[in-house]
Each structure stands twice: as C-alpha cells, then as structure tokens.
Design a protein around this ligand. Structure first.
Ligand SMILES: [Zn+2]
Ligand SMILES: [Zn+2]
Length: 334
C-alpha cells in the first residue's frame, strides 16, 4: 500500500501522496512544519486545526479539504482517516485501509502530552512509518511539568537579578509551549513571526497566554526581568545583542547532549522537544503492533538496526523530512 517515490510517500491504490516534497495532484499533510507542508500541490487534505496554519504558510488561496480526527473518508477505494500525532497543533497520523491491510504514516510525533495539542493515540496497523529524529537512547525527556518548572526557575532567577530572559524556540509549536510554561512568571514578549503563528492558533480556538509583540525596529526598552521569545534564526543576531542585560536559553531536544557547536554560546539550554524521545519511539512502535516499520528521518540506521535486532522488521527510507523545527541545521550527528 506504500511506495516511496521521487515525489514523496505514495499510496498507489488511493493515488495520493503524504507530505510530498515535489508538486503532485493530491497531498495529505500530516502537519504544517515546512519540511512536511510544501507549496505547489493541486489539492491538500489536512486536519481541521492545521488548515489556518497551512494557509498562513502556503497562501490563503490553496485548495484545502480539512477533516476532523477519526473522521474516515474514502479516496479511490482507500479508507483514510487522521489520528492525533501529539507533535504540534493539528498534527495527524494518516491511517490508510485497503482490502483489510492497514498502513499508518505518523509524520512527526511525540508521546508526551504538552497540554497544547491533542495527545498521541496509537493506531494498530500492519505497516508503520516512523520518524527517528531522537532515535538514540541518550534522548530521554524529563516530564513536561518538570522541564516547565526548570524553565520558570531560570526565568525567576534572572528576574530577581534584573536580567531579561530570552528563550529561543521554533515559531510553530515550541514557542507556544514556552509561552504556556511561563504563563504568570513574567510579561511575555514575542517576535512577530511567533505572533503570526499565535494568531492562526487563536483562529482555531486555542487559548494562549496574553503577550505583546515586540517591535525590534526601535531599541526595545523597559524589558528588565521580562521574558522574550524568538525563533532560532535570531540567535546571535544584532537585534538580540541590542537588548541590555539579557541571558539566552535554547529550547530544543538537542540540548540533551553537549556538542551543539553553534548553540554552545547560549547561557542555558532546555531539552524540550515536539518529537518522541528514544522510549517514546519504542512505545509507539510497540503500541501500533506493526509487522513492518519504515524509518524516515533522524537516527535512521541506529533506530532501524535496534528494531531489527529486537524482532521488528524495519527499513530505512530516504526522504526530505527533518530539517526545520529542531534547530538541527548546524548540529553534528553524534
Ligand atoms: Zn514537524
Ligand atoms: Zn519534520
């Protein structure tokens, strides 16, 4: 039921692609991160909560059909439904059923409940397509409540010393988690790129903590002890250097290990991720009970080797996924 083509992951019986990276007629989109949702498709299908973010990122004029989780539709005799992937708002696993065979493409996913997006639900299947962004045993996330408390403590310490806290996190998904974690700890200021995504969240009826959008064109003033959240592209920029007495923290799963060259100059690091950690990946594979697992991006060879050795048939697949949301463009694969 699955073919891995030049254009992307293809379902021949349904004649559609999942998160294709080249233009095709029919694309089912698991979530709105840019490595999964690309321009140029004739028609898009996605989960309802993804639609406003997809239009924001790809253009308001794209042709989109949006459906709820667990609402099956038929595409050329293939029964298709979307199920929560727990990755970011609206993220979905794509379940395909044809003549009793079931395949699930999970996109990016995480098992931890971040309190913002619909939690991951395992879907039983014969074939499972999994990411492996953090597919090494060293990646083990702390509970969400604990990592949130660590972040809040860091901000409070800074505040007590009159120091502004700058937190770096990807604009779609991570920034909103940081906002929630720090709600009530101080005034929240966000970069306009995050504000744009926040508006798409609000359009979908998601409640976010109140915040102000920071205007960097004038030298920002009166931020002593407050909280600023910006996307990774601003790290090390003159914009941030213009803020007096500030400490910077990187929020990324990569902070679990040292050796992240570019990010070493940050004052703090918090290992929070929208991807499954090692145990999370294993939990998902076990829960779906698949007889065959295709591993699409991340520590592919390590994760698929481990699965094969533990009795689950696994195969590495070459895709164009896995570059944007985890700040990994400058990181060595260790
Ligand atoms: Zn993603
Ligand atoms: Zn991805």
């Amino acid at each position: 039921m699955l073919e891995f083509r030049r254009e992307g992951i293809y379902c021949p019986q349904g004649n559609f692609y999942i998160d294709p990276w080249l233009p095709v007629d029919y694309a089912i989109i698991t979530h709105a991160h840019s490595d999964h949702a690309r321009v140029g498709m004739k028609k898009y299908l996605c989960q309802k909560l993804t639609e406003p973010i997809l239009r924001l990122r790809l253009g308001s004029d794209i042709q989109v059909q949006a459906i709820e989780y667990n609402q099956p539709i038929t595409i050329n005799n293939v029964k298709v439904s979307l199920h929560p992937a727990g990755h970011i708002l609206g993220s979905a696993q794509v379940r395909m059923e044809y003549k009793g065979r079931i395949a699930v493409a999970s996109g990016d996913y995480k098992i931890q409940d971040d309190g913002l997006c619909t939690p991951f639900e395992p879907v039983r299947c014969h074939e499972f397509i999994s990411e492996s962004t953090f597919g090494l045993p060293v990646y083990n996330w702390l509970p969400v409540s604990q990592i949130n408390a660590n972040m809040a403590n860091w901000v409070q310490d800074n505040k007590a010393n009159g120091i502004t806290s700058i937190l770096i996190g990807y604009a779609l998904g991570k920034a909103q988690r940081i906002m929630k974690a720090l709600e009530g700890v101080g005034d929240l200021y966000v970069h306009y790129a995050i504000d744009r995504v926040n508006r798409a969240f609000t359009d979908s009826g998601i409640q976010l903590p109140s915040y102000q959008t920071l205007d960097f064109s004038n030298k920002p003033k009166g931020l002593e002890g407050e909280i600023i959240i910006v996307p990774p592209s601003l790290f090390g920029s003159n914009m941030l250097k213009g803020i007096p007495r500030a400490y910077t923290a990187i929020c990324s799963g990569w902070m679990q290990v040292r050796g992240a060259r570019r990010w070493r100059s940050a004052d703090a690091g918090f290992a929070i991720s929208d991807h499954a950690d090692w145990q999370g990946l294993l939990t998902a594979v076990k829960a779906c009970e698949a007889e065959k697992v295709y591993v699409t991006h991340g520590f592919k060879s390590e994760f698929s080797r481990y699965l094969n050795e533990s009795g689950v048939e696994a195969e590495e697949i070459t895709t164009a996924f896995g570059s944007e949301e985890e700040l990994d463009e400058t990181l060595p694969k260790e």
